[in-house]
Design a binder for this molecule. Structure first.
Ligand code: CO
Length: 207
């Protein structure tokens, strides 16, 4: 038996259950999506966007990569941001990191991991910006947690630096960018309180 057959069976059961709870669900959703949120998170299987904010399909536009990094020249991520902001007109962009992130941990280590080290280099840069504060932490676990938080803050700033977000603010489009962190240990999200809702907020944060 095909190993993936159970997934296809699960899908059939899920689609049937959703349709029986709400017969209009799929026909409505097939006509359009109008999510208010763009989620930029880590690829980690324990941090599934829709599930942890308890939203059904159609409510959140999602981009995930290793360690929720927003690189200034990453056309994949920037295209997602552009589509979300300019076409879907999302009102909020949430950058969500998580404690114990393997990508962030690998970036802190002086070990070779292959190709991915080039990606993780961006997080090493974050470590460099906050080195004094991070190295002052009592133990390795606290250091990792702090870097996971700082990485979210920096990625929020990177989202805000994009021409897409800056142009949206210039044209008066309501759009705010938030930084959250998730704990895989208790399933809870924490708002890191780095909300940017205008060019002025962003300029103040960059001073
Ligand atoms: Co992660």
């Amino acid at each position: 038996m095909n190993e993936l057959e159970s997934l296809l069976d699960s899908n059939k059961r899920w689609a049937k259950r959703v349709a029986s709870d709400n017969p209009e669900f799929f026909s409505k959703l097939s006509r359009q999506q109008s999510p208010d949120y763009l989620w930029i998170g880590c690829s980690d299987s324990r941090v599934p966007a829709n599930q942890i904010i308890d939203l059904p399909p159609g409510e959140v536009f999602v981009h995930r990569n290793i360690a929720n990094v927003v690189v200034h020249t990453d056309l994949n991520c920037l295209s997602v941001v552009q589509y979300a902001v300019e076409v879907l007109k999302v009102k909020h962009i949430i950058v969500c990191g998580h404690y114990g992130c393997g990508g962030v941990q690998a970036a802190m280590e002086n070990k070779e991991h292959g190709l991915i080290d080039n990606w993780l280099r961006h997080i090493r840069d974050v470590y460099r910006y906050y080195r004094t504060e991070i190295d002052a932490c009592a133990n390795e676990g606290d250091k990792l947690d702090r870097l996971c938080e700082k990485n979210v803050v920096e990625q929020v700033l990177n989202v805000c630096s994009s021409t897409v977000v800056q142009n949206a603010w210039r044209s008066g489009q309501p759009l705010s960018v938030h930084g959250w962190i998730y704990s895989v240990q208790d399933g809870l999200l924490c708002d890191l309180d780095v909300v940017m809702a205008s060019l002025k907020d962003f300029e103040t944060a960059n001073q």
